[in-house]
Design a protein around this ligand. Structure first.
Ligand SMILES: Nc1ncnc2c1ncn2[C@@H]1O[C@H](COP(=O)(O)OP(=O)(O)OP(=O)(O)O)[C@@H](O)[C@H]1O
Length: 273
């Protein structure tokens, strides 16, 4: 685990956000210290991806503040925001690879796009990143020739190609078999520590997260409802946390999306006597 570092890289204070009339976040406070790997968990649609998009500066808060490296994202210039975003690696929703490019070109893509490095240097950096995810020999393969776990590792190599200060993962374990899941989890931790980065991941996989993260936040109904280190979470008596750790279908996190009664929905009021 990374050494304790009191300096926050990311700080959210009283963050509120709505899509139109639909208020998603109702006052979120959250801190990520430099060097940490943290997980954000919560039921489907509770606003986890929205939190990542706010931290990434893709959308702006309605109230409260999002600070990155001590700077309020709402107050910096467009150029500074662009610069900040270049220093973030993002792996969103399966980290889809460019299917018509080789593994090498996929990882080289951000380097070619955002730097003027010579082809030789790009080559060395790509091979280093592929080596870090255990796929140095696979650089000529096309995405269609990769297993799901390998493709995810290539996406990881691409996300860290520019040595980001902050890496954000949205569901990095989705769709993986148990072995690949463990490999990706360990890689997320190792890459974070080797790069001296800070990582935030949104995931439903509490057990894998408990193995690799420093801290976990649980989100529900627009607020942080529980938080703690893996040891605190394992010992927690909080019903919300318990539902997650024990994978119970129902509890404080409802199984059903809010809807009217089945009768109303299927038959319509007018058909009922
Ligand atoms: N661009 C958008 N416009 C309007 N509503 C949106 C938009 N993006 C997300 N939402 C709504 O905001 C809510 C939160 O979405 P978000 O994707 O942040 O949730 P989540 O916690 O990541 O969900 P999941 O775990 O299912 O991926 C959902 O109800 C969703 O339907």
């Amino acid at each position: 685990m990374a050494p304790e570092n009191p300096d926050p890289l990311v700080r959210l204070e009283g963050v509120r956000f709505a899509y139109g009339e639909n208020e998603i976040l109702k006052g979120v406070d959250l801190t990520v210290r430099r060097g940490q790997v943290i997980a954000i968990m919560g039921g489907s649609g509770c606003g986890k991806t929205t939190l990542l998009r706010l931290i990434g500066g893709q959308i702006m808060v309605d109230a409260g503040r999002v600070e990155l490296a001590g700077r309020n994202l709402a107050e910096i210039s467009r150029a500074e925001l662009y610069d900040m975003r270049r220093r973030m690696g993002m792996l969103f929703q399966f980290g889809a690879l460019f299917t018509d490019m080789s593994v090498f070109d996929n990882v080289a893509f951000p380097l070619r796009e955002h730097t003027d490095l010579s082809p030789e240097l790009v080559r060395d950096l790509v091979l280093m990143k592929l080596n870090a995810v255990g796929l140095r020999g696979a650089e000529r393969l096309m995405p269609a020739e990769l297993s799901g776990g390998m493709a995810r590792r290539v996406a990881l190599a691409r996300a860290v190609a520019l040595d980001p200060m902050l890496i954000m993962y949205d569901e990095p374990f989705a769709g993986l078999d148990p072995i690949s899941l463990g490999v990706i989890g360990q890689l997320i931790r190792r890459l974070n520590d080797a790069l001296g980065a800070t990582s935030i991941m949104v995931t439903h996989d509490v057990h894998e997260s408990l193995e690799i993260v420093d801290y976990i936040y649980f989100v529900s109904e627009g607020r942080i409802v529980a938080q703690g280190t893996p040891d605190q979470i394992r010992e927690s008596q909080d019903p919300f946390v318990h539902q997650f750790v024990c994978a119970e279908a129902d509890g404080p996190v409802p199984f059903h999306y809010p809807a009217g009664s089945l009768d109303e929905h299927f038959f319509g009021k007018e058909l009922r006597t």
